[in-house]
Design a protein around this ligand. Sequence first.
Ligand SMILES: *Cc1c(COP(=O)(O)O)cnc(C)c1O
Length: 415
Amino acid sequence: MKSLPLVPVEAFIFGASEPRRNDMENWSKRTRAVHAGTRRSQYGEMAEAVFLTQGFKYDSPEQAEARFIESGRDEFIYARYGNPTVAMFEDRIAALEGTEDAFATASGMAAVNGALTSMLKTGDHVVSSRALFGSCLYILEDILPRFGVEVTFVDGTDMDAWRDAIRDDTKAVFLETVANPTLEVIDLAAVAEVAHAKGATVIVDNVFATPVFSDAVAQGADVVVYSATKHIDGQGRVLGGVICGTQEFIRKTVEPYLKHTGGSLSPFNAWVLLKGLETMDLRCTAQAQTALALASDLEGHEKLEAVLYPYLASHPQNAIATRQMSAGGTVIALDIKGGQDAAFRFLNALEIVSISNNLGDSKSLVTHPKTTTHQRLSDEQRAQLGITDGMVRLSIGLEDVSDLLDDIQTALSMI
Ligand SMILES: *Cc1c(COP(=O)(O)O)cnc(C)c1O
């Protein structure tokens, strides 16, 4: 049986269609987040279709052969290589991020690993900030050196340290623009300038800054990586990740590595994330407004040693944060007086905020990094990163700000 005639594809991809009155390049991020990358079948469905299929049928052996030689962006072979729903998600996030292309992955870690491993080989040198998400640190500290990649760690806020560490032969620079859980902010433009002078590729894990509040490519990032699990889903449902970069990097370096090693995103998860992108701006903007209000109200509280939030004037890198990000993000860190005991009493007393180590959810979440996400580190490493016994990380959700403030203040009073 032959397939139906090829489905008309209404593709809003950079350069894919003839010029339109409203060419996507002129659209704002909010409009791109709703329309970019859309592909429609012959049924004209409004909501994007979930193409929950592993394989794709060819009309003839000649067509199969041709596709294995070279397949276009809308010619699919096998879901590990690509899928229409996944392609819609990739094109939409690339349009938002302002990169030529993107490759979607099964999780944020598949994206971080894919971006680094696909481009590195034995003998290469990498410079990375030290304050990293635990699994990112594991890749840079344990896995890459096992394959003969040399990694130098620096304090990301110390520009002299970056200048000293980046060498003529440095292949890549890796950083999280806003560090977890201390919320230190790294000056991306300054690091990129040093890296580019030596020809190094700048890879940014941009989860905490979010695609909404940052413009990492304009500030010098060559490759931007997201855990889509966080704000892109935004409702705590699926795992996913994405690598954004030039078409050359994505299709010639990243895709061959990931399509053969198996880190591809499931079409169902791609659909959830695609719909997540449509509301991401509204959600993140509301969450960041609540985070700033809470951080401001809690600053100076008698039970707190410190309140850390990039948009507070007291934040050590506040000037960089306000220049680099259009809002302070959706995460706050509190340093509670009285160490771990006091922090645990605070967590146990919270009623609206749930104890969970995830972030970017519409539900507010709290975690104690020392005993969970950063448990693996030595006391010395934690001290170096500024992770105290009393530190808790709050991921602010979509609840009402006064309900959250009440919950947090009541829990603080019960310590
Ligand atoms: C969550 C997270 C990751 C990993 O993402 P997964 O989707 O859990 O694999 C990587 N980097 C940062 C900064 C994160 O917050």
